[in-house]
Ligand binder design. Structure first.
Ligand SMILES: *[C@@H]1O[C@H](CO)[C@@H](O)[C@H](O)[C@H]1NC(C)=O
Ligand SMILES: *[C@@H]1O[C@H](CO)[C@@H](O)[C@H](O)[C@H]1NC(C)=O
Ligand SMILES: *[C@@H]1O[C@H](CO)[C@@H](O)[C@H](O)[C@H]1NC(C)=O
Ligand SMILES: *[C@@H]1O[C@H](CO)[C@@H](O)[C@H](O)[C@H]1NC(C)=O
Ligand SMILES: *[C@@H]1O[C@H](CO)[C@@H](O)[C@H](O)[C@H]1NC(C)=O
Ligand SMILES: *[C@@H]1O[C@H](CO)[C@@H](O)[C@H](O)[C@H]1NC(C)=O
Ligand SMILES: *[C@@H]1O[C@H](CO)[C@@H](O)[C@H](O)[C@H]1NC(C)=O
Ligand SMILES: *[C@@H]1O[C@H](CO)[C@@H](O)[C@H](O)[C@H]1NC(C)=O
Ligand SMILES: *[C@@H]1O[C@H](CO)[C@@H](O)[C@H](O)[C@H]1NC(C)=O
Ligand SMILES: *[C@@H]1O[C@H](CO)[C@@H](O)[C@H](O)[C@H]1NC(C)=O
Ligand SMILES: *[C@@H]1O[C@H](CO)[C@@H](O)[C@H](O)[C@H]1NC(C)=O
Ligand SMILES: *[C@@H]1O[C@H](CO)[C@@H](O)[C@H](O)[C@H]1NC(C)=O
Length: 758
């Protein structure tokens, strides 16, 4: 197995360097934050050779062991901080039955006191050296307005899930601005180049430039984000997570030639149907010495601010945009020069790149992929994210990226679509098969566009990283259910919840419809029309198929409600509250399709009862909005107030515009409208409800023979545009005062045909 060491030698160097130089204080602090009653209950022991006695092969692994000392202390031994953090979670989930969850938050403080003792130690060895987290666009769809408290939770979540490599994009605009100033650009050229807070990822990718909605990116934003980034990077390091910092990919402001007329700049490609002035981002030729100078500026600025904390840099030049030339010599030279520039700035640099570009355009033939990757002559200097491995693995087509180390990533979610969805076999069986089949596979990772629901799929993948055999999904879901709902001394978890999650494991999370390989969205979130909404397959626009018998989810709903009726403490349980709302959302989204089909078939048959049928649809949306309003994870209002809290003054409205525009029109004029739609309270009640009521009015007064989608769309657009700049949320329902429990009981009474179990 020595060959393995040669392939990933440099990466291992990076791993050992970053994780062993520091103490275990960061983990003790995590315990203080999340388990304040147990600050002295855990002892971490870091030993670089723990569990590594078998030589090189084993050395690529992280190893831990958790045991009980005679005095009751839980002892965690491991060969890296990440191994220790994983050991901590293994104990917490398997023995204490508590965990940290997206949206629900940390439930670790609900661990029993005193902590249970271990009779036999728990042991684990990772099957891959890296566990990677985040996608460049997650910083827009999920984290754009996150506070430090949000990041603290995310990083504690990441650390205990064994993640030891994560993107760290926050505050990049500060770094880039400093680098641009270093070569003579001024703010009047730099600031108009940046995109608004909710759209920065695509500016960083060179897809778009500039901001819409009334303001340039405020300097105050740039500075505050950079301060936040300092905390994020420091926390990552103390938790054993190597930060992946941004490098300079080559995208420059339009005005650069005014200051540097010699700069060799090419006009970039268009993207996403945006007007030319918002796209066609200028690309500085990597041959140009200015490229290296800017690269040094970016890297040095970050080393000065954060210290020498990483040598892994994220850099994407052609994400969904095509190179200026398809000449293989040109492509080879672009990456060769980019690589040389990076090495000049940091001699130990490793270039991390998404492999997404290769599967999104036929431009990328084998010879072009090989030319572009081949420009980086030392394989160890690159690390590729196979971004969509669970559905469109690309490593096989590219001979494992021609030998470059790569990471198997689960993407699964485009733009934050919310349906219950997953393919458990692909992330257990296929991921472990890939480890056996590809010598240069060095990690598992999450590359979701947005952290939305369906968290169990990522838990499963990160746990699979510590199991050589495919995990049994049904058993896994059962264990997960146990930790998910344990709640101090309240009582046993009712069997109904285990049954409910078992059904989910076998239906929504075991998608066998190969035409839909990504999370579908609810049609109620799409611009109304009498055609083109249901059963959309493929990837873009997002699919709308329901890949299981909808009656199964109704059964899940009834089981969960029944379980909680016999155990009323569940209604107060944060995980249960989140899950029952999520399942209700899915039941109503599925039922909406029937009501919609029924309306459309009456209409096309010439019925005059449109208003009455339409009333049903609108009532359904109102009731959905009411249910969603019971949890801030499903609230637009909550996102808006996070966005507004980043500003002191007029920028508040600009930030609110950013969040509204992202989840609706996505662009100044609806360029990728509804791509990032969400079933959120406030959005359903004020935006989707209004669109459907415009639609129903239109049908009521227009004979089928006269129906015209263009006319309808332009009526909708008037409303959609006006909604963008509103600053108070006019939901059709005010926030309900009733309890979730009584709202759901009322809901079942109001819609008996929807909630009837089969
Ligand atoms: C570290 O672990 C190795 C291998 O298990 C062991 O030989 C060594 O004594 C340990 N070192 C310390 C300081 O505990
Ligand atoms: C309990 O025992 C462990 C291991 O022997 C030791 O590290 C720890 O300090 C002890 N804790 C107390 C409170 O005595
Ligand atoms: C782009 O052009 C549109 C008009 O087509 C204009 O409204 C907008 O301000 C321009 N934006 C930028 C960034 O130049
Ligand atoms: C600029 O780059 C293009 C494309 O690589 C190249 O053909 C051209 O010669 C370069 N021009 C200068 C002035 O370096
Ligand atoms: C690539 O760079 C080499 C070395 O500078 C040069 O000789 C060659 O012409 C370049 N190829 C293209 C297609 O630009
Ligand atoms: C960072 O530290 C490592 C090892 O400690 C060293 O090899 C590397 O050159 C340093 N990088 C920079 C940019 O100083
Ligand atoms: C992935 O798993 C599916 C079955 O779940 C199988 O059909 C397919 O061939 C597997 N792909 C790879 C690359 O192993
Ligand atoms: C489920 O939990 C038990 C211990 O409670 C453990 O032994 C088993 O390996 C777990 N199974 C899975 C699939 O996680
Ligand atoms: C998922 O579906 C496949 C194909 O129908 C089946 O073989 C497999 O057992 C199912 N897995 C689960 C967990 O239900
Ligand atoms: C599972 O993975 C295979 C490729 O390995 C793919 O063909 C299939 O569509 C995937 N299944 C689903 C439901 O995504
Ligand atoms: C639909 O209406 C638009 C104007 O709103 C018109 O240009 C178009 O011709 C109409 N289409 C049909 C099929 O009547
Ligand atoms: C909820 O309670 C508040 C204050 O008690 C009241 O102002 C509001 O009208 C109530 N909302 C509904 C929908 O009943």
């Amino acid at each position: 197995m020595r060959f393995y060491h040669a392939v990933v030698g440099a990466l291992l160097g990076a791993l050992c360097q970053s994780s062993l130089a520091v103490s275990t204080d960061g983990l003790q602090d995590l315990v203080k934050r999340r388990l304040p009653d147990h600050v002295d209950s855990f002892a971490f022991s870091l030993n670089a050779s723990f569990g590594t006695q078998d030589g090189d092969y084993i050395r690529k692994n992280d190893n831990f062991e958790v045991s009980s000392a005679p005095n009751g202390t839980i002892l965690i031994h491991g060969n890296s901080l990440s191994a220790l953090a994983t050991g901590l979670r293994r104990y917490l989930t398997e023995i204490a039955h508590v965990d940290i969850y997206w949206f629900v938050g940390s439930l670790l403080d609900k661990a029993p006191n005193p902590l249970p003792k271990l009779d036999t130690p728990l042991r684990g060895s990772s099957i891959v050296p890296w566990r990677y987290h985040l996608n460049t666009v997650t910083f827009g769809y999920t984290a754009a307005f996150w506070t430090w408290e949000d990041w603290e939770l995310e990083l504690d979540w990441a650390a205990i899930h064994g993640i030891n490599l994560a993107l760290a994009w926050v505050g990049y605009e500060h770094t880039l601005r400093e680098a641009f100033k270093g070569v003579g650009l001024t703010d009047d050229l730099i600031l108009p180049f940046f995109s608004g807070p909710a759209f920065q990822p695509w500016n960083r990718f060179g897809n778009i430039q500039g901001s819409w909605g009334g303001s340039d990116l405020p300097l105050d934003w740039i500075n505050k984000q950079f301060e936040l980034q300092k905390k994020i990077v420091a926390r990552m390091v103390e938790l054993g997570i190597t930060p992946v910092l941004p490098a300079f990919p080559g995208f420059v402001p339009e005005g650069i030639s005014q200051v540097l007329p010699e700069a060799n700049v090419t006009t970039g490609a268009t993207w996403g149907g945006f007007p030319n002035n918002y796209t066609q981002v200028n690309f500085l030729d990597p041959f140009d010495p200015l490229f290296s100078e800017l690269q040094k500026g970016v890297i040095n600025e970050q080393i000065n601010a954060f210290g020498n904390v990483t040598n892994i840099y994220t850099l994407d030049q052609y994400n969904e945009i095509l190179p200026a030339s398809g000449d293989t010599g040109y492509l080879h030279n672009v990456s060769y020069n980019t690589w040389q520039g990076l090495k000049a700035a940091d001699p130990s640099a490793i270039w991390l790149m998404q492999g997404w570009l290769f599967l999104t355009n036929d431009f990328w033939t084998d010879s072009r992929i090989s030319a572009y990757l081949g420009g980086v002559e030392d394989n160890n200097d690159m690390l590729i994210l196979d971004l969509f491995s669970e559905t469109r693995p690309y490593w096989q087509q590219t001979k494992s990226y021609y030998g470059k180390p790569w990471i198997w990533c689960q993407m699964n979610d485009f733009g934050g679509s919310m349906s219950l969805y997953g393919q458990v076999m692909n992330i257990t069986i296929n991921a472990t098969l890939a480890v056996a089949q590809s010598e240069s596979l060095v990690g598992f990772g999450s590359s979701m566009e947005s952290e939305q629901g369906n968290e169990i799929k990522w838990d499963l993948l990160f746990d699979q990283a510590w199991s050589a055999d495919p995990i049994d999904p049904v058993e896994y879901f059962s264990n997960w259910t146990y930790s998910r709902y344990t709640w101090g001394s309240y009582g046993d978890i009712p069997q109904e919840l285990f049954t409910a999650w078992e059904i989910l494991a076998k239906t929504a999370y075991n998608n066998t419809n190969s035409s839909t390989g990504v999370t579908p969205k609810a049609i109620l979130e799409l611009a109304p029309s009498i055609k083109g909404l249901t059963d959309l397959a493929g990837f873009y626009p997002n699919p709308t198929t329901v890949n299981y018998d909808p009656a199964e989810i109704v059964n899940v709903w009834n089981l969960m409600v029944k379980g909680a009726n016999g155990n009323t403490w569940l209604w107060e349980h944060p995980s249960f509250q989140y899950d029952i709302i999520d399942v209700t959302r899915q039941v109503l989204a599925n039922a909406f399709i029937d009501y919609y089909n029924n309306l459309v078939s009456s209409y096309t048959a010439g019925s005059h009862e449109i208003s009455e049928k339409g009333e049903n649809i609108l009532d359904l949306l109102t009731d959905l909005d009411t249910v969603l309003s019971k949890n801030k994870a499903f609230s637009l209002k909550d996102r808006i107030s996070s966005a507004r809290s980043w500003a002191e003054d007029v920028d508040k409205d600009f930030y609110e515009y950013n969040i509204r525009n992202q989840v609706t029109l996505w662009g100044p004029d609806g360029e990728i409208s509804d791509y990032a739609s969400k079933s959120w309270a406030g959005l359903v009640g004020s935006y989707y409800h209004s669109r459907w009521s415009i639609f129903i009015e239109y049908l009521a007064k227009t004979d089928f023979a006269q129906y015209n989608d263009t006319t309808l769309s332009s009526q909708l657009r008037v409303f959609e545009n006006q909604w963008q700049t509103e600053t108070s949320l006019k939901a059709s329902t005010s926030e309900a005062n009733s309890t979730l429990e009584s709202i759901l009981h009322q809901l079942k009474k109001s819609w008996p045909s929807i909630f009837e179990s089969s």
